[in-house]
Every structure is written in C-alpha cells, then in structure tokens.
Design a protein around this ligand. Structure first.
Ligand SMILES: [Zn+2]
Length: 382
C-alpha cells in the first residue's frame, strides 16, 4: 500500500494510505453538509465544516485505538508489530507472525471490537453528560458513539479476516486442533458474508440508494478478496514452514569478479539468461550482488567504463538468508523487499547459494499438484 508515515506510537509506525484521505473527506463532507446543518440550522457553513473535520479526526483516532489494541496484545504475546496502516476500509496492524495458540489469537482478535465498543460507551456517556440541549459537542460525541458501535459490531461478524472471523477461527482451532481447517471454515463464512453484502448492495442500487449500495458492494468485494487471499496465504505458509532454505537454494550459480565492466557482465553473463542476479566475489569472498536492475540503472554510454564494484549492491546492503533458515521466513524477506532472489550465506561473506523466487514458486506448484491428486475430496491432508 502506498501512503505516508505520520510517526510512531510506542515504537509502532503509524502509516496513512492515500485511500484513507477519501474516507476522511467523505466523512467530513457528509457531516458538514448533511448531519450538522440538520441539527444546527443557525450555524454557518464554516462552523459546520470545522465540526465535520474535527469529527473526522476523532474517527481516525478511534480506528487507530482499535488497531493499537490489537497491536499491544500481539506484542504482549511476543509477536513483533511493524506498523499500523489506515486505509479506505479501516485499519490494519502489520503483525509479523501468526499467533502461536488459539488462546492468543482469540485475545488478540477480540480486543479490537471490544475497544470500539468501549469507545462507543465512553462517547455515549459524554453525550448523556452534555444535557438535554443540542450542542456541537453533543452532536460530535453522538456521531462518534454511533460510528464506534457500528465499527465494533461490524468487526464482530464471524467471517475471516474480520476480527469476529479470527475469533471464530480461534474457537474452531481450539476445538479441532487444526489451524488450516479452522481457517478454511472461517474464510468460507467470511466469503458468505461478503456475498451477502454484495447482494444487499446491488439490491440497494436497484432500490435507488445508489451511493450506499455501491459502497456496500465495494466492501463485500474487498472482504471476499481478503478472505480467499488469507486462506491461500496460510496454505502457502504451511507448505513452507519447517523446510530449510538449503532444500531449495541453487548452488550452481555463476559468480562475477568486481573488476569487470557492466558491459562485460551483460555480454558474458546476463545475455545468457541463466540468472537474474550474479553474486560478486573476490578471492572466494562475497562482496556484493549485481542484478538486472543495477545494470539497467547505469546509463548505456557509461556501461563500458563503470565497473561491477561501482554498480552492484554492496555486501552491507544485501538482505540475506542462511541454509538453515525456515523457508517461510526467507519467503517473507523475498516478498517484503520485492526481491527475485536472496543470497544464502553459511558464514559471513561466504556464499552457499541463491534462493530464487521462481524455485519457490515451482516448489509450491509441485506441492499443490501432489496435494490435488493425493487427497481429493479429503480434508485431513495435514
Ligand atoms: Zn480489528
């Protein structure tokens, strides 16, 4: 997701995806031109916009509080949390690892909606305390009470990957002791709910409620994608867990010396099409990696004068793996950096091989082919 970072809370980076701005403006606009003018006909347009924007900020803070609750519980269970991103459909906490037990997952998932419901209660109490006369404060806190209630309830729907779906998965996981089956069922429920939203959305569109209909159908479409993607992700993760990198790494890789020019590397190595990237070695020591991308960034007329040493990614900046690393974690590195390969080191500066993205994809393909013939119709494939 593209966006920008607005700082850190307790070490967790808070990021805003550009799509969040749509929601921010939509909420501010709806409140400023609809909700507040209806309540306070005497207020000026400017005042209504200020109230709308303040409410939008407080909605932002509410969603953030929901995500921080997930993140803090995750961290208390020893799961590292990289960042929280707010985007068009709410927030997402980037928790680096999956929870280890059903109980952990249950607590981590449940605390989010609980926070939203708690906030709804707090805003409602403030609303009650404002007394019988309509005031701007009352209008803002009433809106926030309702929206937090909606957030809490929506997230409790038991369809994966919503929080409620994670709660359901945790319960099924505890009962069946089978994470994969639990995820599959929770994802089916999630997809069922998604199709329900799409159906209601389409019905609304034909009923004349065009904007709400589109919006609901859009959320349904997103949930459906998320549900099937999270299940696939789990299947991939499980096929990779417990497999050491050495099983898949390529060891017969060509290496190049740092003194060659970029043009020589192109002519003698890259045009052969054998590898995307070439480890750069001098006296058996790995000093860097040169890939197609590095080569392309050297202007054509400079390729005969620029050396590999100048164009390569130097050793210190390489993201590497080890032969004993778990494939699941190595593939995370590939994915996060968008790399085609990782150099695998068995000692500092000593290359054991390359872990290439395409070999991982082949491996997963073979795994799924084997599974397809081996356990057709069965559920107990673990
Ligand atoms: Zn949540």
């Amino acid at each position: 997701m593209r966006g920008f970072s607005i700082g850190r809370i307790a070490g967790i980076r808070i990021r805003i995806d550009w799509s969040w701005l749509i929601i921010f403006l939509l909420v501010a606009w709806t409140l400023a031109v609809g909700y507040f003018p209806a309540l306070f006909p005497t207020f000026s347009t400017a005042v209504n916009w200020v109230l709308g924007i303040v409410s939008s900020f407080l909605l932002f803070a509410s969603v953030l509080a929901h995500e921080l609750a997930h993140s803090f519980v995750a961290r208390s269970q020893g799961l590292p949390v990289e960042s929280i991103t707010l985007f068009i459909f709410g927030g997402v906490s980037e928790i680096e690892e999956e929870p280890r037990t059903a109980g952990d997952e249950f607590r981590m998932a449940f605390v989010g909606p609980l926070t939203s419901l708690g906030l709804a209660g707090i805003f409602w109490l403030i609303f009650l305390a404002t007394g019988p006369n309509a005031s701007p404060l009352a209008a803002v806190v009433q809106y926030l009470a309702v929206i937090n209630l909606a957030l809490g309830l929506f997230n409790l729907v038991p369809g994966f990957p919503l929080d409620g779906g994670r709660v359901l998965r945790a319960i099924l996981w505890a009962i069946t002791d089978n994470l994969r089956r639990a995820t599959r069922i929770a994802s089916y429920v999630g997809q069922g709910f998604a199709f329900f939203l799409i159906f209601v959305g389409v019905a609304l569109i034909f009923g004349g409620a065009f904007i709400s209909g589109i919006w609901l159908a859009f959320i349904g479409w997103f949930l459906n994608n998320a549900a099937s993607a999270s299940y696939r992700e789990l299947v991939v993760r499980q096929s990779l867990e417990g497999v050491p990198v050495r099983r898949l790494m390529a060891t017969d890789v060509d290496r190049v010396p740092p003194s060659l020019t970029v043009q020589q590397v192109i002519d003698q190595y890259i045009l052969s099409g054998r590898q995307h990237a070439y480890p750069v070695q001098t006296d058996g020591e790995l000093v860097g990696l040169i890939c197609l991308h590095d080569v392309r960034s050297v202007p054509e007329d400079a390729r005969t004068t620029t050396t590999v040493a100048e164009a390569m990614t130097p050793y210190d900046r390489l993201v590497t793996s080890t032969p004993d690393e778990d494939l699941a974690s190595a593939v995370d590195k590939l994915g996060r950096g968008g790399y085609e390969q990782l150099p695998v080191l068995d000692a500092p500066h000593h290359l054991a091989g390359l872990l290439r993205r395409r070999d991982v994809i082949n491996y997963l393909q073979v795994q799924s082919d084997l599974e397809g013939t081996g356990s057709r119709g069965g559920e107990g494939e673990q």
